[in-house]
Design a protein around this ligand. Structure first.
Ligand code: UD2
Length: 311
């Protein structure tokens, strides 16, 4: 069993990753500044003797260095981030600090303490608005937001350091992750979290465009498993891989699942497509399969059902 440090442990993906690590018998130190993460996401983890949460900001100098030297993890799963593309546009300096400088501190601390592995939360946002689908990792990285730029810069920084520092790096390019604990607060939150909230409140959802746009929606449980595999399975080599299902699902498909659960809620309203919205996004999952032996297992329908039934 391993000691794993999870940054952003109180966040959506971080809390599920933490839960899965604990269930696998690992010891976890979580760190989170609780800016967008919530302590309540860790309700179950906080009851475990194998878990401790430190409230701190990993983008501040010295924080990662102190935590890594004290805890001496075998791996760091670096998920702490500014997660909103919109916010990266309105506050690029904050994006730089939370999405690049913090990664630099993670790499420095791991190098100094001989940490063996770093798993990094990258994003399909680094591909920009490519229409060459499905997107493989060889596709040109052409981010169109400060968020995507920062994720790409972090990948490059970690990969460039890996050999000299002696750590293995796994960069996970997540596609559209969804599931329990995803925050629906902003209009730019993940569409499924927004739809879930609206149906729970008995209110109709708004579809921007005709609803035929598709995304590669992946369950947060699969994403958490990809993180755990990358951090704990022996003999994994440095690299970058899409974390996706390879299946396209339209918004109309999503709405029809919700509608079946909520027959009394009025049907969707349609509004003009959002400016800059891409119509289709789909990843190729092959590299994660060959390099990590990881394959998404949960179907969108099953994961949606679980989300809808969750408390
Ligand atoms: C955005 C982000 C991505 C990630 C993701 C959240 C960019 C370039 N990418 O991608 O990084 O944060 O969101 O999972 O910004 N929609 C509706 N009704 C709503 C809300 C959304 O129809 O109430 C549509 C939206 O116009 C889009 C689709 O649903 O066509 C998916 O939207 P999204 O914001 O969940 O995800 P995406 O892939 O546009």
């Amino acid at each position: 069993m391993a000691k794993i440090l999870v940054t952003g442990a109180a966040g959506f993906i971080g809390s599920h990753t933490t839960d899965l690590l604990i269930a696998g018998g690992h010891t976890v130190l979580g760190v989170d500044n609780l800016r967008t993460g919530r302590r309540s996401n860790l309700e179950r983890a906080l009851r475990s003797p194998s878990f401790r949460l430190t409230e701190a900001d990993v983008s501040e100098p010295g924080v990662m260095a102190a935590l890594v030297s004290e805890f001496r993890p075998g791996a760091v799963i670096h998920l702490a981030a500014l997660v909103s593309v919109q916010e990266s546009i309105s506050d690029p300096a904050l994006n730089q600090r939370l999405n690049v400088t913090a990664t630099q501190f993670v790499a420095d601390a791991a190098a100094a303490q001989g940490t063996k592995r770093i798993v990094f939360a990258s994003s399909a946002a680094i591909y920009g608005d490519t229409t060459d689908l499905p997107i493989a990792e060889e596709s040109a990285a052409q981010p169109i937001s400060p968020y995507g730029e920062a994720k790409l810069a972090s990948e490059q920084l970690l990969l460039a350091r890996s050999e000299a520092a002696g750590f293995t790096v796994r960069c996970h390019r997540y596609f559209n992750v969804f599931g329990p604990r995803q925050d629906p607060a902003s209009p730019y939150s993940g569409v499924i979290s927004i739809f879930d909230r609206r149906y729970r409140d008995g209110k109709p959802v708004t579809i921007f465009g005709d609803g035929r746009q598709t995304r590669d929606f992946i369950s947060v449980h699969d994403v958490a498993r990809a993180n755990v595999v990358a951090a704990t399975v022996p003999n994994i080599t440095t690299g970058t891989a899409n974390i996706c299902t390879g299946q396209a699902t339209s918004l109309l498909d999503i709405v029809s699942v919700f509608a079946a659960y909520y027959p009394k809620v009025a049907g969707p309203r349609f509004a003009p497509a959002r400016a800059g919205d891409i119509i289709h996004s789909l990843g190729r999952p092959d590299r994660a399969r060959s390099e990590l032996n990881f394959e998404a297992k949960v179907s969108v329908a099953d994961a949606l059902g679980e989300l809808i039934r969750s408390g």
